[in-house]
Design a binder for this molecule. Sequence first.
Ligand SMILES: [Zn+2]
Length: 241
Amino acid sequence: MLVDLDAARGRETCLRCLRPLAHCPCAAIVPFPLAFDLALVMHPSERRVPIGTARLAHLAVTGSTLVVTADADAEPRLHRRIDDPHAFPFVLFPPGDGVSTLDLGRATVADARAFFPADRRPLALVPDGTWTTARKLVRESSRLRTLPRVAFAPTDAPIYDRIRKEPHAHCRSTIEAVHALIEHLGRLGVARLPADRAHDQLLGLVRTLVSRQVTFEPESHRGATRGPRSGRPDEGPLGKP
Ligand SMILES: [Zn+2]
C-alpha cells in the first residue's frame, strides 16, 4: 500500500488524498455538486503517482465515483452506472473506434442538444492514466470503447506542466480536464455551472499542488514525461490517438 511505502520512507501520509502531509491540499477542498454525474476510471499505475490529480477531483466533486482498475469491464460499479436507464454515459476521450464524438470546443448549443438526450442525466466517464494506460483502459473495455465520446482541445495554458511534463502543449492533468469539461457543458447548456463557480477550486488545487511540489521536490523528481490525457486529443483539435 502507498501509505506503508511512505511510512517506510519516514513520511506521514494523508489518508484522504494519499499524499505526503507536506503536500496535502485537502484543507482547501470544499466539495461541490455538479449538474451531471462524474466517474473517474483510474489505471492502477496512477495510484502510486504522488502528483496524480484524479483522486483530488473525486474528493472535490460530491457524489463522484472513483474506480481504480486495469479492466473496466470487471467493475460492477461502472456497469451499474452505465446501465442506469436515466443516465447518458459518455467518455472523455479522443475520437475513434467508430463511435460518435462531440467536439466540445466547436460544438454549438444545437449540436449539444442533438448529442445529449434531454431526458437523461449526462454521466462523464473520465479515464485517468498515462496516454498508454488510458488508451488501454478504453480500448480493452467493451463498455468504454463503444460509448459516445466528447473531446476538446485546451485553449488555456497548462498549470500542471511545471512539474509533470506533458509531451504536447495541449495535454492537461485530469483535474484540469474535468474543470474544462464543466465549463464546456455549462456553455453549451447541457449542465448548469456550479453555484458561485465552485469548480474553479479545481484549478486552485492544481496551483497549490504545483507550488508545493516545486518547493519540496528536488529538481530530478520533476518533469516526469506524461502521455496525453484522455479527452485531450493527440494531434490538433480532434487528432487521432
Ligand atoms: Zn490530503
